[in-house]
Design a protein around this ligand. Structure first.
Ligand SMILES: [Fe+2]
Ligand SMILES: [Fe+2]
Length: 287
């Protein structure tokens, strides 16, 4: 709720609360706990990546390869029911309806080639000059095609603890200038682990016979994120660390945080499906 005041806010809530000293103070304390927990969760990963040798690009790639687990995408590809797929879309909507917005906060905090590369990536995420191609808009269309409410924050009450944590980590990294290295490492890991899973999700959508509009969002990301991966690792993170070498460890910390949180959220969802009886058909499919 505190982070959301920096994005779109809430109906009926005073927008000036965004900078209310008491709320900022409270947020700082909560962020302290979150950052401490994340550092503990990823300390061994960051250490191993640092010892893997090579430059930042090599270490980052090593870390991503080491921690990338595609269990959720594989489940969606092979086994998920329509109701489970719809649940996945509702959980993911918390981020994807504001896709790439957190990372925009980082633009004024970095400079030179890293800034130019981040602007290039964001331009793409924001539709490259075509409002109808905004990635958040494509996700909304994907939801509407399977009769889900695509209103901003519509599913927030249903969001799991891990879904909220995934979103909070992104906002904390992006809104805290000290953590700009972590924000960009997070972005690199996010982009680098998107293309192959999106391909699996497209095949899951086809297996279920869901509308092509729903597949279109993921299809777009098969190619786009293969390009974004290179842009984020080589042009953003490598240039950022060249300009500010002391950020190297935080770039790895951000990447490891993204991958560990993604694992937690993905595993929680798949485990909840495995432990529950197959849900009723909740989505009417329009062929
Ligand atoms: Fe995107
Ligand atoms: Fe992307």
């Amino acid at each position: 709720m505190l982070f959301e005041l920096h994005y779109r806010g809430f109906d009926g809530v005073d927008p000036d609360l965004e900078w209310d000293p008491l709320l900022i103070h409270s947020r700082g304390m909560l962020e302290g706990c979150l950052e401490e927990a994340l550092r503990a969760l990823t300390a061994a990963d960051v250490r191993r990546a640092g010892h893997s040798g090579g430059d930042l690009t090599t270490q980052l790639t090593w870390l991503i390869d080491d921690l990338d687990r595609g269990s959720l995408a594989t489940f969606l590809q092979r086994r998920a029911t329509e109701a489970q797929f719809a649940e996945f879309m509702r959980q993911r909507s918390i981020y994807h309806l504001k896709e790439s917005d957190p990372q925009s906060f980082v633009l004024p905090r970095i400079d030179g080639p890293a800034k130019a590369a981040l602007a290039e990536l964001q331009y793409d995420e924001y539709g490259a000059g075509r409002p109808e191609r905004l990635h958040a808009g494509l996700f909304a269309q994907a939801m509407e095609a399977i009769d889900l409410d695509s209103g901003y924050g519509a599913h927030i009450d249903e969001a799991s603890a891990t879904t909220l944590a995934v979103n909070n980590v992104m906002s904390m990294f992006a809104l805290r200038r000290r953590l700009r290295g972590a924000a960009m490492g997070h972005l690199a890991a996010f982009e680098a682990t998107s293309s192959a899973p999106c391909r699996r999700i497209v095949s899951g959508i086809e297996r279920l016979g869901l509308p092509t509009v729903t597949a279109a969002y993921f299809d777009e990301h098969v190619e786009a994120d293969a390009v974004h991966e290179q842009l984020a690792i080589r042009n953003i993170c490598a240039n950022l660390v060249e300009a500010e070498p002391h950020l190297a460890a935080d770039v790895l910390f951000g990447a490891a945080s993204c991958l560990r949180m993604d694992q937690l959220a993905g595993t929680a969802l798949v485990d909840s499906w495995r432990s529950r009886p197959a849900p009723r058909r909740l989505v009417e499919v329009h062929a």
